[in-house]
Design a binder for this molecule. Structure first.
Ligand code: NPW
Ligand code: ADP
Ligand code: K
Length: 517
């Protein structure tokens, strides 16, 4: 799914009204009606008090359309105008008139802090937040901030329209008290980037996209900087196997890493590479890992470094398709030296994780030696070591884009919503769960990305696809193990099911199934 920027959304609105020959008021009517339908389907006329807070722009206009439909359908509605600016939008004003024609009680006008004392919101009531949408261009006034605090203190379920008010689409918030904490956000056409970033995800517990019929051609043809990756997006990447295929067709992964006490990381990465479909897998490890690797994973070939406890002299005479380097590697002086020497002569595609990234962070000139489209897979701490600190997530993304451009590398920012960055394009993953916050789950991912590159996926496709499958495997494992007991090996066990799930048809609704019987 594409994540459109604020500018692209405004452009889409404009084109839609032109191409469909409708007015912007009609489009607002559609948007507000969609929100109403969503609520009506769930509430079925229930008389819970609904407080609809409308700003003076088009977000407020959507709120007024909703409030009007709620009134005409007999709901228990109180409507408020958060009168926070002199510039009222045209469609706000039209809908302000329209609501007056269906109700004897005019919306309550709120203009200052004193007005807020009149408002009583019960814990079981519903708040609809239509104060600011994507048009927010400065932090809200103090009294509006107090209103948002009142929402929070009330503990009422808060439904935000389009975006929690106070949240910007393209920059961070300075004052978290000046943002609405939504239980649910109904976003038009595409979710907003802030929903997926560590610093701003907390402002909405859940979100859903409502289709308001924006021009299809515009949506299809417009390139966005950010894409959300779900099954629909990874399916076209999948490479089917031919009947006469043999293992030589699926590449040879080398996992280079491990040190005394951390051979397990290599074990995990190599098993993951195999389970993702690599034809052959060889590990390059210090001598101390030889027996455990050969015993634990008979499918994997082992080359040992001359040193017992760490890698000291990278030297092999096979030709892997791709090398996954860094898991459990350590950063001893010998290892750093041999890694630097290896990078000087290496031309094989690389996936670099963990200590591989840490070594690069301390020796930044080595970055110039990376093959084009090398994949780096840092978690946030490793990322900070390599690109430096940032003041908020938006700045972090800008820095990663610049880094990716400068070195022509793919950076996978690992987290709850892992983000693959390739120059100025970003791909946000949607699978995975907090059960993955466990030792070794990153090692599994390194093996999976390497396994896909070996099979001929481009480094970018391999990263996007592997991150999706990795999260999906963990989601499937969750059913057996729950969040706490899930360990990295369980993720590997379910890679197969994650592949199979790609081709599962969505379940039919129960009624239909019964009718057929
Ligand atoms: N395709 C779609 O997605 C569709 C989207 N639609 C809806 O339109 C919404 C966007 O509407 P919008 O552009 O009118 O902006 P919105 O956020 O309502 O208000 C901003 C207004 O408030 C003001 N203002 C800004 N910051 C302020 C502050 N801190 N404190 C005080 N005032 C502040 C600013 O005016 P200013 O005071 O700067 O002159 C501006 O006029 C969008 O989110 C969605 O709900 C649908 O209706 C149709 C299809
Ligand atoms: N809360 C979460 N939700 C989804 N995925 C998560 C969550 N926490 C961690 N992960 C995923 O688990 C993996 C952890 O990797 P990493 O931090 O490198 O762990 P390790 O070093 O132990 O292998 C990453 O792919 C990350 O995206
Ligand atoms: K809003």
């Amino acid at each position: 799914m594409k994540l459109f920027s604020k500018e692209q959304i405004y452009e889409g609105d404009k084109l839609t009204t032109e191409r469909q020959n409708i007015s912007s008021t009609d489009l607002m009517e559609r948007a507000g009606t969609q929100i109403f339908n969503w609520m009506h389907a769930r509430m079925q006329g229930a008389q819970v008090p609904i407080h609809v807070f409308c700003g003076i722009g088009n977000n407020g206009g959507d709120g007024l359309v909703l409030a009007r439909h709620l009134v005409t359908h007999g709901y228990n509605v109180v409507c408020y105008i958060v009168n926070c600016s002199d510039k009222r939008s045209k469609d706000f004003l039209i809908n302000y008139d329209r609501i007056k024609s269906v109700s004897n009680t005019w919306p309550n006008m709120l203009s200052c802090k004193e007005d807020l004392s009149e408002i009583t919101i019960g814990g079981d009531d519903i708040i609809v937040d239509a104060v600011f949408g994507i048009g927010l261009n400065r932090p809200p006034n103090d009294w509006v901030k107090h209103l948002f605090q009142k929402f929070k203190v009330s503990k009422a379920f808060t439904l935000s329209i389009d975006i929690p008010s106070g949240l910007f689409t393209d920059r961070a918030v300075d004052d978290e008290d000046a943002v609405v904490y939504a239980g649910y956000t109904l976003s038009f056409q595409s979710p907003k980037l802030a929903f997926f970033l560590p610093g701003t995800q907390k402002f909405t517990v859940q979100w859903e996209v409502l289709d308001i019929g924006i021009d299809r051609d515009y949506l299809r043809e417009t390139e966005t900087e950010v894409e959300l990756i779900a099954k629909h997006e990874v399916l076209p990447l999948y490479k089917p196997r031919q009947k006469f295929a043999h293992k030589g067709d699926f590449g040879h992964v080398m996992i280079l890493g491990g040190s005394y006490g951390k051979i397990g990381a290599v074990n995990l990465a190599s098993r993951s590479a195999l389970s993702s479909g690599a034809g052959l897998v060889t590990v390059y490890i210090p001598t101390c890992g030889y027996h455990s690797m050969q015993t634990a994973v008979p499918e994997v070939m082992v080359i040992t470094d001359e040193h017992e406890t760490h890698i000291s002299n990278i030297n092999f005479d096979i030709q892997p398709t791709v090398i996954g380097v860094g898991v459990g590697l350590g950063t001893s002086e010998d290892t750093v030296k041999t890694f630097a020497a290896f990078l000087k002569k290496n031309t094989i595609p690389l996936v670099i994780d963990a200590d591989g990234i840490n070594i690069l962070s301390r020796n930044k000139t080595l970055l110039n030696l990376l093959p084009e489209q090398t994949v780096l897979t840092p978690h946030l701490k490793e990322l900070e070591r390599i690109i430096g600190t940032w003041s908020d997530d938006f700045e972090m993304l800008e820095k990663v884009k610049a880094f990716s451009e400068k070195y022509n590398v793919i950076v996978l920012i690992k987290g709850a919503h892992s983000i693959t960055v390739n120059k100025n394009k970003m791909y946000i993953n949607t699978t995975g769960n907090p059960g993955m916050a466990t030792a070794g789950s990153g090692d599994v991912l390194t093996g999976m990305i390497s396994g896909l590159i070996a099979q001929g996926y481009t480094p970018l496709a391999a990263t996007i696809f592997a991150v999706y499958l990795h999260g999906k495997s963990a989601d499937i494992s969750l059913e057996d193990y729950g969040y706490q007991s899930l360990i990295a090996s369980h993720i590997i066990e379910k890679i197969g099911e994650a592949y199979i799930d790609l081709f599962k048809q969505p379940e039919q609704p129960k009624e239909e199934t019964q009718q057929k019987q």
